[in-house]
Design a protein around this ligand. Sequence first.
Ligand code: 3PG
Length: 306
Amino acid sequence: MPKVLIATEKPFAAEAAQKIKAELDNAKFAYTFLENYTDVKELHAALADAEAVIIRSDIMDEAAFAAAPKLKIVVRAGAGYDNIDLKAATAKGVIAMNTPGQNSNAVAELAIGMMIYMARGKFNGKSGSELSGKKLVLYGFGFVARYTARIAKGIGMEVYAYDPYLANEIMTKEGVKPLSKVEDIFKTGDYISLHIPATADTKKSINWSLLSLMKDNATLVNTARKEVIDEDDLLKTFAEKKKFRFVSDVEPGCAAELMEKYPERTYYTPKKMGAQTSEANTNSGVAAAKQIIAFFNNGDKTFKVN
Ligand code: 3PG
C-alpha cells in the first residue's frame, strides 16, 4: 500500500481534494494531506515516510529530498516545475513529473481577465478601451498560450505568437500568426503575454533590450514566473513609457515601488492564483494522483521530467 503525501501550502479546493482522495481510495493507496503549512519543517517532517508526494508550488529542494528517504516519485500538480530540484531528485533516484495542460485554461482566463481589468482602467468609472481589434502577442506557445489565444480570438483580438521550440504550423492551425524573432513580439503587441518557463536561460531575459522596443501604450502580462523579468528594467520601462501597463499573477519583487509610483498602471495578484479554480485544482490534482497510481501499478513514467 504505497503512502502518498499531498503537500500543498496553498491547498486544493475542497472538491478537488475529495476527488484526489476518491482516486487514491479506489486504488487502495494510503495518503495524508499537509495543507496551509507555515514552516518548511512541517513539510520535511511529513516527507519522512512518504513514498510519493503531490505538490503545487511547494519547494522540493535538496533538503526536502534529504528528508524523504522512502520517496520514489514527486508530481507537481501543475505545469511549471522550477520548484523541484531535478538534480537532487535524480541523485536520490526519485522520478519527477508535472501534469501539463491540466490547469491551463484557468491561467488563460486570468490572463485575459487582467487585460480587460487594465483596459477598463481597473473599473474606475472613466472611459477605457476594448481588447477587440488589438494585437495580442504570446511569448511561448504551450497550453496556457493556446487557451489564451482561443479566448482572445473570440473577443476579436489579432493573435500572434513566438516560440523558438515549435513549428509554425502549430500556431497557424490555431489561427495564430507566427513571428520569427523575439524582438518582433515586443514591437508588435498592444498586449504581450509571457508564457515561458523560468530556466537559467530565461531568468531576467525580459530586459530593456526587449522592453524598450514596446509601443508606448503596450501592456505586459505575466502569468509565468516573476524571475523571467528584469525588474530594474521593468521600472525603467514605467519611467520611460508613460502609458505602459503591467499585470502579473504573483507579487513582483518591486511591488512596493510600482504601487507607490504607478498604481494606476500596475496590477498584481496578492498570491499566485492563475490556477486557483476548483476545475484546475481537480484536473491537476486528480491527474497527479492517477500518474502516481499508474507509476506504482504499471511502472508508467509518462510525464517524467528528469
Ligand atoms: C503552474 O505552474 O502550474 C502554475 O504556476 C500554478 O501554480 P500553483 O499550483 O502554485 O497555483
